[in-house]
Design a binder for this molecule. Structure first.
Ligand code: GLU
Length: 520
């Protein structure tokens, strides 16, 4: 076979929001296309009109825009293998259905759903195949005239694939190696339905991969059972020479317990399973998204890439898309499912957040504060980020234990930085830090410190240090924790001089007098 240009595709069905597993599939296709100097196609597989969900296609496109995964051609991207939406390719499929019928590779069947149900009730483990097709109403069991009469009368029919039994069908999978299945276990799959004049997934998928010159089919493990059928279809069409190579990716598994990752796991443990927030048009239900939760697109791509593949010893886990294009190796993907470690996802996000310039946090931080009715300047916000970005927050793990982690989302900033913008309005006398550090002498110490601060001429970090350090030394006072109670209201926050400089003289002194009055 001559060297063909690498062409891969991501081919979602617009049946709802894109699941995070689908994002990983698209990402692997993207990495593979880029590293081979090939093309990535975006195809919409919408031949099942009963499962169509309005807005899903737009949602998927917006998700990839946000993630920075770029397509070369397809729906909304153009290209000369279109149309790329299967519902717009009816004429093409009709021709290929005809070809299979004419070559005796497929046949017409008239069995109604009721008739099929009746057969299922009659025959245990009924399957429409070599053993049973003779008992059914189809163009193999009926006369040509009868078939023609029914078709001409507009009787609904389907076209089924004629599967020859007793043949070992091999799928050469780039990840799983040789996967072999005997054709006797396959049923005569429906390829086309006259009722809506549309092919089913299997036919449309194979015809399109062929016409779009796809060289590699990289998709989720759930499609592995369809692969032998697809191999047989390529042969039936006479396209075995240009059949794409298959790679079926490992499943994404639940963070705890066994089985496939589901939306319910995310709801229970508080992580999204969709890239963007999704508003279901039917139920009105909203599902959370990585973007809205405060994940950075680079971090999402990075942690997803590592679910099923790793770059090997000695290579940092933190990788840009360019790094991954260089290092990715489809043949080194795991066969085994990958546990969805959402705590690790947060860790990746932390890494990506702190690797940014402090000022880059400002827009998201500003938006977070706006929700609390607080307005600040980018300069001030950048300052707060510099002081606070390496602090830790508490979280509850999957077993219900309280643990600490780094700031991983912009939303972590609000409880940690509230006091920069809102003065303590009351003090929790049961708070351990206040109990321990607000002593008999605290009120008078703070009054003295407030007096001294009033006289500071340069209320910057350096100025405060230069004037207050010697005064503290002189008085022998240890004002720090009580001062923290005054300005923060609890036992956290940055260096006290930094905080005072940020608040300014007036606010600093005001908070101190309020604490003295309230705590006494
Ligand atoms: N339309 C299928 C899906 O929704 C595509 C499967 C494939 O890649 O062959 O995932």
């Amino acid at each position: 076979m001559s060297e063909r240009r690498v062409r891969v595709r991501f081919a979602p069905s617009p049946t709802g929001p894109l699941h995070i597993g689908g994002v990983r599939t698209a990402l692997y296709n993207y990495l593979f296309a880029r590293q081979n100097g090939g093309d990535l196609i975006f195809r919409i597989e919408d031949t099942d009109s009963t499962r169509f969900v309005p807005g899903a296609e737009e949602y998927i496109i917006e998700s990839f825009q946000w993630l920075g995964i770029k397509f070369d051609e397809g729906v909304s991207f153009g290209g000369n293998h279109g149309p790329y939406r299967q519902s717009e390719r009816r004429d093409i499929y009709r021709k290929y259905v005809r070809q299979l019928l004419d070559n005796g590779k497929a046949y017409i069947a008239f069995d109604t759903p009721e008739e099929l149900d009746a057969k299922r009730a009659e025959i245990e483990n009924f399957q429409y195949d070599a053993r049973t097709r003779g008992l059914m109403r189809n163009s193999l069991s009926m006369s040509q005239d009868d078939v023609k009469a029914l078709v001409d009368a507009g009787t609904p029919y389907v076209v089924r694939f004629l599967i020859e039994p007793g043949e070992d069908v091999h799928v050469d999978d780039m990840i799983r190696g040789d996967v072999c299945i005997n054709s006797s276990i396959l049923d005569d799959k429906v390829l086309y339905k006259s009722a809506d004049d549309l092919p089913t997934y299997h036919l449309a998928n194979i015809v399109d991969d062929h016409l779009m010159e796809v060289t590699h089919v990289i998709r989720g493990e759930e499609w592995l059972p369809s692969a032998p059928l697809h191999v047989l279809l390529y042969r039936a069409f006479g396209w075995a020479d240009t059949m794409p190579r298959f790679a079926h990716l490992p499943l994404l598994l639940k963070p705890i317990g066994n089985g496939k990752l589901s939306k319910r796991d995310g709801d229970k443990l508080g992580f999204p399973v969709f890239p963007l927030e999704w508003h279901d048009p039917k139920s009105g239900e909203t599902s959370s998204g990585y973007r809205e939760k405060g994940y950075l697109p680079g971090a999402v791509c990075n942690f997803l890439a590592l679910l099923g593949w790793n770059p090997g010893e000695g290579q940092s886990e933190i990788m840009s898309l360019e790094d991954m294009v260089r290092l990715f190796d489809l043949s080194k993907c795991s066969k085994n499912g990958a546990k969805f470690d959402y705590i690790k996802a947060a860790w990746f996000n932390h890494q990506y957040m702190i690797s940014r310039d402090d000022s880059e946090w400002a827009p998201d931080f500003a938006a977070l504060l706006e929700k609390q009715g607080i307005h600040s300047t980018p300069e001030k916000l950048t300052e707060v980020v510099r002081m606070m970005k390496l602090k830790v927050v508490e979280y509850t793990d999957a077993q219900g234990n309280k643990k600490k982690r780094n700031i991983s989302f912009i939303t972590d900033m609000w409880p940690l930085t509230r006091f920069f913008f809102v003065a303590p309005a009351q003090f929790d006398c049961e708070d351990k830090f206040i109990k321990k550090n607000w002593k008999e002498t605290s009120a008078s110490d703070m009054a003295a410190l407030a007096d001294r601060l009033e006289k500071v001429s340069d209320f910057s970090l350096a100025g405060l240090k230069a004037e207050i350090d010697p005064w503290v030394e002189e008085t022998g006072m240890k004002p720090w924790n009580a001062w923290r109670v005054c300005l923060v209201g609890e036992g956290q926050g940055p260096d006290m001089y930094e905080l005072a400089a940020f608040l300014g003289k007036e606010e600093t002194v005001r908070r101190m007098h309020f604490a003295i009055q309230t705590l006494g």
